[in-house]
Structures are given as C-alpha cells and as structure tokens.
Design a protein around this ligand. Structure first.
Ligand code: KG4
Ligand code: ZN
Length: 340
C-alpha cells in the first residue's frame, strides 16, 4: 500500500446502470448505482432510453457518491471513466461528463476498459476476500458479455474464449421471456430452478470448437420445444415451469463448466475468478465449488455489488493506472467495441 493518499472518482455508464464510486488507496468509500427500471417494460435494454436516463442520473449519482464518501471534489486525485465496450449513446454520457470534470478540476483523466474492470474488481481492498494469484482465468458472464480471459498481470490479459453470438445472460433472459417471465429473467429462473428437476427436459448443448461459446441455438431449441409442448398441452408452461427453468439452467451451467474444464486443461491454470451479473446464479456458484473437489481448481467470487455493473471496479483500474501514470488526454473518445 502506498503512503500517498489517492482518491479516485469513477464513473460507469456503459449499459443501463449509471454508477459512480469513490476509492481511497484501493478501498471503496462509496459505490452508488442507479439502475434504469424503464427497460423492464420492453423486455430488454433500449439504447436511446438508456442514454437519456444516464443524462438524468449522472449528476445526482456523482453527487451522492462524493457525499457518501465525505469528500469534496477538490480532494480528488483523478477521474476514471468507462471508455468501452458498451452502448455508444450510454458511453458518451459518462465520457463527456468525466472529461469536463477532470478538465474543470485540472486533475488526471483515466480511461478504463469495462471488461478489464470486471476482472480487476477482484483486487478491490476488502477484508476477508482472497485475491486470485497471477496467472488466473477470469470468466466474465453477464447480459452483455461472455468471455474467458487469461490474466497474467494487472495489465496483461488475453481473451482465450468468447461468445460468437448471444451472451449467457441473454440466454437466461430470452428463455425467460419465452416462458412469460419478467425482465431480467435470470434471477427468477435461478429461484425456480431450485424447485425443479434439472433433468426433466434435455436440451442439446451447442457444438462450438475450442473455448468459444454460442447461446443463440439454445434459445431457438427452447423456443421450438416450448411451442411443440404447448400445442399438445396448452398449460404445459404453467404445469412444468420449475422443471423447465431447472433444465435450462442445468444446460447453461453444463456449457460454462465444459469450457472452463477445457480452458484449465489447455492453459494449465487452475485458479478461476468469476464476474458479471450471471455469476450471482446459485447453480453456477455451486457447480464451480463442486469443481474444486472434482477438477482440482480454486474459485474466486467477488462481493456481489462488484460483480454486476458498478463503478467500484472502474475505480480500482483507475487506481492502478494512476500509480503507473497511465492517463488519457482530452482527445480520448468513447469506443463501443473496445477490446481487452
Ligand atoms: O452484469 P449485469 O448486471 O449487467 C450486464 O449485463 O452487464 O448482468 C445482468 C445479467 C442479466 O442477464 C440477468 O438476467 C443476469 O445477469 N442475472 C442472473 C442472475 N442474476 C442476474 N442470471 C442468472 N441467475 C441469476 N441469479
Ligand atoms: Zn458489464
């Protein structure tokens, strides 16, 4: 730990959560997230509405983060922000806000890659949390991403597998929509899966070579299956909902665990860190834990508030980049397809 006092204000606006956090020397002082409820009615994120909601939320969210941290703007060492990847209209709000604030306060501006941040969230200073040792494998699973990344250091990371179509969270949400569940459906499928039989219905796993994933075929398979069953029995969904949820979740977990097994085999790395909203899934957590005994790996799960989209994870990357003097200048632009 440094003898300097480093205060980072971080801003995250890549998708549908407007978030701000204040960090002091790697420890979180405040972590505020305003989730946008407006998308629930549409069954998915509407980019134009997300951008507008960010504009409404950003000032109060940043204000609240500073207040909760008990900090004045003049005490900040730097402003960190999510440059990408994400929705362009959403990223632009956070990027412009961060640029103006850093310019006005005459302090460094630090651009952060959202996917790197999901991974480095494991390094936020917290009591009672073990940090993964380098090198480790990070599996980032959410509504927007599905990646396996080989992490050699804070700054050296290689994506060794990713989805070629839908993200795993979309597989949960879109299957849930077919079953008439609300958005996002992941938590509801998780809850119902505990009450159902995971082997009641079998869905074929996609055949994708290597460490890449595909989830769009699964969604179609579930759609055809449900349509066929409903023709035979109009009450099929209501009568079998828990079993359907358990079977879908079981299939998705199987896909993730198969790829992790292959990734540990190919890299010889047995430390696995997970992140992203889907890592909240109790079935996935259990399967990862079971794998410790079965496959000899060790798993690391950060505090829940650091797994879904948040600004604390942006702050920790900002902290590391501040220590390295790795700053952005005012010409930096949001980048919706930014790579790790
Ligand atoms: O990280 P996140 O909050 O936002 C991004 O998508 O970046 O992740 C949201 C996703 C949604 O698809 C939601 O259905 C899923 O995470 N999710 C879950 C669970 N909790 C959230 N999926 C399965 N089981 C859960 N318990
Ligand atoms: Zn994310």
């Amino acid at each position: 730990m440094t003898s300097q006092n480093i205060y980072i204000l971080a801003i995250e606006s890549s998708c549908d959560d407007t978030a701000a956090a204040v960090m002091h020397n790697g420890k979180i002082l405040s972590n505020i997230v305003a989730s946008q409820k407006i998308h629930e009615a549409y069954g998915g994120v509407v980019p134009e509405l997300a951008s507008r909601a960010h504009q409404q939320n950003i000032v109060p969210v940043v204000d609240q983060a500073l207040k909760k941290a008990g900090l004045n703007k003049s005490q900040l060492s730097a402003i960190a922000f999510t440059r990408g990847p994400g929705l362009m209209g959403s990223l632009l709000v956070g990027t412009s806000f961060a640029k103006s604030l850093a310019y006005g306060l005459d302090i460094p501006l630090i651009d952060v890659n959202h996917m790197q941040a999901h991974i480095l969230a494991h390094f936020i200073e917290e009591d009672h949390y073990e940090k993964p040792p380098f090198p480790f494998l990070a599996m980032t699973i959410s509504g927007g991403h599905t990646q396996i990344v080989k992490v050699d250091s804070y700054s050296e990371m290689d994506v060794i597998g990713e989805t070629i179509d839908d993200a795993v969270g979309e597989a949960f949400d879109k299957s849930g929509k077919l079953l008439g569940l609300g958005y996002p459906a992941g938590p509801e499928i998780d809850r119902r899966a505990k009450l159902g039989n995971p082997k009641a219905f079998a869905f074929t796993k996609p055949k994708v070579a290597g460490l890449n994933f595909s989830f769009s075929g699964l969604k179609t398979a579930i759609l055809y299956f449900v349509q066929k069953q409903v023709k035979l029995n109009p009450n099929f969904i209501e009568e079998n909902l828990n079993d359907i949820c358990a079977s879908i979740q079981y299939t998705i977990i199987g896909i993730l665990i198969d790829k992790l097994k292959l990734a540990t085999k190919e890299t010889g790395i047995n430390h696995i860190a997970i992140g992203g909203g889907v890592s909240a899934n109790t079935g996935i957590r259990q399967a990862l834990k079971d794998g410790e005994g079965k496959f000899g790996w060790t798993t690391y799960v950060p505090k829940f508030e650091y797994t879904t989209d948040n600004a604390a994870m942006i702050a920790i990357v900002g902290h590391f980049k501040y220590l390295d003097g790795d700053y952005a200048d005012q010409s930096v632009m949001a980048s919706s397809r930014l790579k790790i």
